[in-house]
Design a protein around this ligand. Structure first.
Ligand SMILES: NC(=O)c1ccc[n+]([C@@H]2O[C@H](COP(=O)([O-])OP(=O)(O)OC[C@H]3O[C@@H](n4cnc5c(N)ncnc54)[C@H](O)[C@@H]3O)[C@@H](O)[C@H]2O)c1
Length: 351
């Protein structure tokens, strides 16, 4: 299949691209690298079935695809705090553009939304039928409401224009290629432990989270994306195993250095107290369930974090990498379409 992965240069997107290439599909990754890194794609750049389109998703060229995954959005609090308008644009204008591409080429679209659409939930755990408790003008609203708009847009495109589309609400995901400085709790704690610093928790650390290893998310996304019967459906994908942030810090300390202390710092405004997915629907539809236990996922993440970070590597290799990519990518010009991905011209009826 020909599969567009918007945001394929990011943490989750790069794992999706790799998996799809490994499964024999052709992948066109659309990314402007506003929060991602070309180094996330080091393993597949140059592969004959992989095409990189370095472009804003809102200006993505016409691509003739079978499936379109939309993951392009700043995703961590640090990023969307710094990039609020870019976040809203990626989820509104970007979603609109990808929905048009999907509709015109008859592709099935998967809009990658977030558990943040549930806000600070009053229902626990959160099923897909829960409408959420979101502050539309709060510190996270560019992301939460951006994603809610994206969901409404996909829904409206289905109703008004016949788009085939599904929505996935992703819960906290972690694993190799998370940026150390992205402000999310997992890289923050693992990074601190590896640098021998105290592990900080917001408030008393009793807020709970449930952490899903990235491979489990990728498996779930592929189930939804490659099955057109998911048209019109919404799926939570996450790991329902709930732990407190303090307990997470303790697990990391046990794996890295038992002498490290935990330090409490002030709570962040708008930080949800509890978050746990109800994954009944994914289980019933696909038999999907998380496979990677927290300690195993932590071990793999800690190992990956001990390699040079993509940012550091990027600084060392920037010049060479840029030349390398330009020479490999057939898509360097704005709006250029990779070979084999053009939508066939509509035949004019003979007069
Ligand atoms: N990681 C998680 O825990 C998590 C949880 C919930 C939802 N999600 C969703 O999954 C998706 C991927 O998240 P991630 O953690 O991999 O984040 P990420 O920042 O690592 O990846 C996002 C990618 O999208 C690209 N991008 C952003 N705006 C773009 C634009 N306008 N045009 C083209 N490319 C653009 C970035 O450069 C980056 O490569 C996001 O949509 C996010 O909302 C992630």
């Amino acid at each position: 299949m020909r599969i567009v992965v918007a945001g394929g240069g990011g943490f989750v997107g790069s794992h999706v691209c790799e998996r799809l290439i490994g499964d024999g599909h052709a992948v066109a990754c659309v990314d402007n690298f506003i929060t991602g890194s070309r180094h996330n794609l080091d393993g597949i750049i140059g592969h004959p079935r992989f095409h990189l389109v370095t472009e804003d998703v809102a200006k993505a060229p016409d691509l003739n695809a079978d499936v379109v995954f939309h993951l392009a959005s700043p995703a961590s609090p640090v990023d969307y705090d710094r990039l609020p308008l870019e976040t809203m644009a990626a989820n509104s204008l970007g979603t609109w553009r990808l929905a048009e591409i999907a509709r015109r080429s008859g592709a099935h679209m998967v809009y990658v939304s977030t558990s943040e659409v549930y806000g600070d939930p009053l229902v626990h755990p959160q099923p897909e039928t829960y409408w959420g408790n979101v502050d539309p003008i709060g510190p996270r609203s560019c992301y939460d409401e951006g994603k809610r708009f994206g969901e409404a847009l996909v829904t409206s495109m289905r109703r008004a224009k016949g788009l085939s589309g599904a929505i996935v609400r992703v819960f906290n995901t972690y694993g190799p290629r998370m940026r150390r400085d992205d402000g999310r709790v997992m890289p923050e704690l693992v990074g601190a432990a590896l640098e021998g610093r105290p592990l900080t928790v917001h408030g008393d650390g009793s807020q709970t989270r449930s952490f899903q290893y990235v491979d489990d998310l990728v498996e779930g996304l592929i189930h939804v994306g490659l099955d057109r019967r998911t048209d019109g459906e919404v799926f939570n994908i996450g790991n329902p195993h709930e732990i407190t942030v303090r307990e997470l810090a303790q697990r990391i300390i046990a794996l890295v250095d038992p002498r490290l202390p935990i330090v409490e710092i002030p709570s962040r405004p708008g930080d949800p107290q509890r978050r746990k997915p109800d994954i009944t629907r994914m289980k019933a539809t696909f038999g999907w369930r998380p496979q990677v236990a927290l300690d195993e996922g932590l071990r793999r993440t800690i190992d990956a974090f001990q390699m040079p970070s993509p940012r550091v590597a990027a600084e060392h290799a920037l010049e060479h990498a840029a030349e390398h990519i330009e020479s490999l990518s057939p898509t360097t010009g704005a709006h250029a379409v990779p070979v084999g991905w053009a939508i066939p011209a509509v035949q004019e009826p003979a007069s």
